[in-house]
Design a protein around this ligand. Structure first.
Ligand SMILES: [Zn+2]
Length: 362
């Protein structure tokens, strides 16, 4: 189909269950009908697309950086699986050029990871020699990104032989205040227990992975409605990480323990009322295009299918500040399924239509 062909879709919007006709031309919704529009679907179930709230466009699977073509391929793959909105949780290469290309998913960037020397995956982030520079770097990344900043809050400390926090509580407070001052939200990579109280005390907005959450830190997140993006499909990599850490037995055991209680931890967070959203951590250790696996995994930790779907779609869009209203002039992003995905989440694996930026791409 010609990319500029106006289209018409009739179906049931989720979660409202309202039956609607959608008319799309030149990338945006219109009040219909549009003469000459091609009807591409009737009787389907319509979502505002899926959301991968933790992925990395530009990090190659297996490690290293993608070039522009590689980053574009990753973005297209995400879109074809129905991910029309992604939060990029730290990219080592510029991907802003994708915003000017038609048919790409919408990407909300967190700039680059902020870490310290030898305290994160090599060559991915900005390594600060002096933690006193954190607030200034946070401001820089807030200005470079799209409303989010990503801090690496704990990692293996090879001298200690275990996970330890990268930053002291005082500097975190200053850094997170600086981000908020710039109008950005802050999220942090956290595997263990010890970095969490300081981050929460400092007013962090979101936690990635969160395997080290305890009853106290879960309670604090629920009270302050701090979001959790657990990346369940990436936590499955912890035993493999432990396997490769033979020189650091304490760290290896810690990672095994965090993995062993990972599901119970996320389940407790959900039960306590912590807002949980889907993220795959694609790039590096996870292939792009796996958000449906993450949505399905949320059933294992106690979500209903409808809640898991919301966490990977409309609820995540609201949280990221881009709710889909299907209003005239709004960017036309939606996915269509032949059955109600709330009845069977595996339906998400085969969208009948993916309309991204007003184009039928699948
Ligand atoms: Zn990540």
């Amino acid at each position: 189909m010609n990319a500029n062909q106006p289209i018409h879709v009739r179906g049931v919007l989720l979660p409202s269950e309202q039956t609607r006709d959608l008319w799309v031309s030149e990338g945006v919704f219109h009040d219909g009908p549009i003469a000459g529009a091609e009807t591409v679907s009737v009787n389907g179930w319509i979502l505002p697309g899926l959301v991968d709230a933790h992925c990395h466009v530009g990090i190659r699977y297996g490690g290293g950086h993608e070039d522009s073509d590689g980053a574009r391929r990753q973005a297209v793959l995400e879109a074809k699986t129905g991910v029309l909105l992604a939060r990029d949780a730290g990219a080592p290469v510029p991907t802003r050029f994708l915003d000017n290309e038609r048919g790409m998913p919408r990407i909300i960037r967190a700039g680059r990871h902020i870490a310290a020397p030898k305290r994160y995956i090599r060559d991915l982030g900005i390594d600060l020699d002096n933690e006193a520079d954190l607030p200034a770097e946070v401001r820089r990344q807030a200005r470079a990104g799209d409303g989010w900043v990503k801090i690496v809050a704990d990692w293996i400390d090879r001298d200690a032989g275990d996970l330890t926090p990268l930053w002291s509580d005082g500097v975190l407070k200053e850094a997170i205040t600086a981000a908020h001052d710039e109008g950005a939200r802050v999220t942090a990579h956290v595997f263990g227990e010890d970095a969490l109280p300081g981050l929460l005390e400092a007013g962090i907005d979101c936690i990635e992975h969160g395997t080290g959450l305890t009853a106290d830190t879960i309670d604090c997140m629920a009270r302050n409605q701090v979001a959790l993006v657990p990346t369940l499909i990436n936590i499955e990599n912890f035993p493999g990480i432990a396997e490769n850490a033979t020189r650091f037995p304490r760290y290896a055991q810690h990672m095994r323990d965090l993995h062993a209680r990972g599901d119970a931890t996320v389940r407790s967070a959900i039960e306590a009322g912590v807002p949980v959203y889907t993220g795959t951590d694609a790039g590096g250790m996870i292939k792009h295009g796996r958000v449906v696996d993450e949505i399905v995994s949320l059933l294992r930790v106690g979500m209903t299918p409808a809640d898991a779907l919301g966490a990977g779609s409309w609820e995540a869009r609201e949280w990221l500040g881009v709710p889909q209203r299907y209003a005239p002039g709004d960017r036309a992003d939606f996915t269509v399924y032949s059955e109600d995905p709330r009845r069977n989440l595996d339906t998400l694996r085969a969208p009948a239509r993916v309309v991204c930026d007003g184009r039928v791409i699948a």
